[in-house]
Design a protein around this ligand. Structure first.
Ligand SMILES: Cc1ncc(COP(=O)(O)O)c(C=O)c1O
Length: 421
């Protein structure tokens, strides 16, 4: 058979996915720097051009489900494709020679971006892995108690449920207020669950179900002096809202880089306060490292090297836009649709409206309507793609715009909601 035909056939056969090519002459984010020095959060004309220059958006639906992972901006995608090629061509010679240096410089840059020290940073494959290393690394004793909430991420809850079976720890699951009136109301829920046996609190910085932002610093300040470790799941807050990991006051934080940071899928970051590294036992086999060396926690085998190599490009995209600008625009988009949705009869927004308690993510339900029907009808009527999320006692529709979304798309969501509700 003709060799070219075989190759063509093979390419078409790879999951039948269209091959994505970066645009020919790619605008540079650095050309936009001056725009980000003023408040562009409500400037639709600006964001329209930004979207055209930096994103490939789907033509046949409107993606308002950017909570799963963040679409890579085109310069990041282009760098990723180049890195795949480079790693493949130079192969193990690269990994065995200069990669080590490149890796160190990438971790160094990422640590500075995250506001932590180099020796406190470990690149992982995702947030789940980062958090498992911290959670399973603590020296649990039978009878130790952990406090978590039904709104934490299911994989983290399951990690504790596994430790419950394996080590006899006790889980105290609290119910968090959906629309808290104050930080104290939240802190009180944890306080009521604390006992002399409490060893740890797991807390999600931005709750993936509703977008609620938790007062992590206050929780750390209240409970750490009592000898309680606070482990923070910051999967959604990293590069969505403007803060540094150390601002959380917790000793253990897990994040991923493929949601709001916009890196290719398959990278995360674990922060461990340098004074606490010695308190974590490696989850993966290690025998030779110093007890204070965070690398003792990193024996998970080969990472996706092209994914790691793309981190600086994603970081530079974030740094040029600035996280302040991202946070403002994302909150603007969320407020744009939630303020209208709150006016629609039978629509209940399940996300707090106070600026400090929410940003990009918000959720809602329609009274008297099955949630699955709501998302299906929304898609049929408007081509707006959303997702169901399951709170402990109810289902909601989660809506998550990203930087490339425009208010005209949110208008379609609202039109659809009006006709459904
Ligand atoms: C709150 C929260 N924590 C953790 C995770 C897991 O992230 P990863 O897929 O990077 O492990 C997610 C993913 O959606 C999440 O929403």
């Amino acid at each position: 058979m003709d060799r070219r035909k075989v190759i063509k056939g093979m390419a078409a056969g790879i999951a039948g996915l269209p091959f994505i090519q970066a645009k020919a002459s790619q605008p540079r984010i650095s050309d936009y720097t001056s725009y980000f020095q003023s408040d562009v959060s409500s400037d639709e004309k600006f964001w329209k051009k930004f979207r055209k220059d930096f994103y490939d958006v789907p033509k046949d639906f409107i993606n308002l489900e950017n909570g799963y992972f963040g679409v890579q901006p085109l310069p990041v995608q282009k760098a990723y494709l180049k890195n795949i090629e480079q790693v493949n061509v130079n192969s193990s010679r690269y990994l065995r020679t200069t990669y080590r240096e490149d890796y160190q410089s990438i971790v160094n840059g990422l640590a500075a971006f995250a506001g932590i020290e180099l020796e406190e940073a470990l690149i992982t494959r995702n947030a789940t892995e980062a958090l498992n290393i911290a959670i399973q690394g603590l020296d649990w004793k039978s009878g130790d108690e952990v406090i978590l909430s039904g709104q934490d991420y299911y994989s983290m809850i399951e990690t504790f449920e596994m430790l419950e079976k394996q080590k006899g720890i006790i889980i105290k699951k609290i119910k968090l207020p959906l629309l808290p009136k104050s930080d104290q109301e939240i802190i009180d829920r944890y306080r009521e669950a604390v006992s002399t046996k409490t060893r740890c609190i797991l807390c999600t910085h931005i709750i993936h179900l509703t977008g609620q932002i938790m007062p992590i610093k206050k929780i750390s300040d209240q409970f750490k002096p009592q000898g309680i470790d606070v482990i923070v799941d910051a999967a959604h807050s990293f590069a969505q809202i403007d803060y540094q990991l150390k601002d959380l006051g917790a000793d253990f934080v897990g994040v991923n880089l493929h949601k709001w940071f916009g890196n290719p899928l398959g990278a995360g970051l674990l922060y461990v306060n340098k004074n606490r590294i010695k308190d974590l036992k490696p989850l993966y086999g290690d025998s030779g490292s110093e007890e204070n060396d965070i690398m003792k926690l990193g024996h998970f085998g080969t990472l996706s090297v092209p994914t790691v190599l793309t981190i600086p490009e994603a970081q530079s995209f974030n740094e040029t836009i600035t996280i302040q600008t991202k946070e403002k625009r994302l909150r603007y988009l969320q407020n744009y649709w939630t303020s209208k949705a709150r006016e629609i009869q039978n629509v209940i927004v399940t996300t707090p409206s106070e600026a400090k308690r929410s940003c990009a993510i918000a959720s809602f339900k329609v009274e008297g309507k099955e949630t699955k029907k709501v998302i299906d009808q929304l898609f049929e009527k408007t081509k707006v793609f959303t997702v169901i999320r399951y709170l402990p006692d109810q289902e909601v529709v989660r809506v998550t715009p990203n930087l490339y979304n425009l208010t005209e798309e949110l208008d379609l969501l609202i039109d659809g909601l009006k006709s459904i509700a």
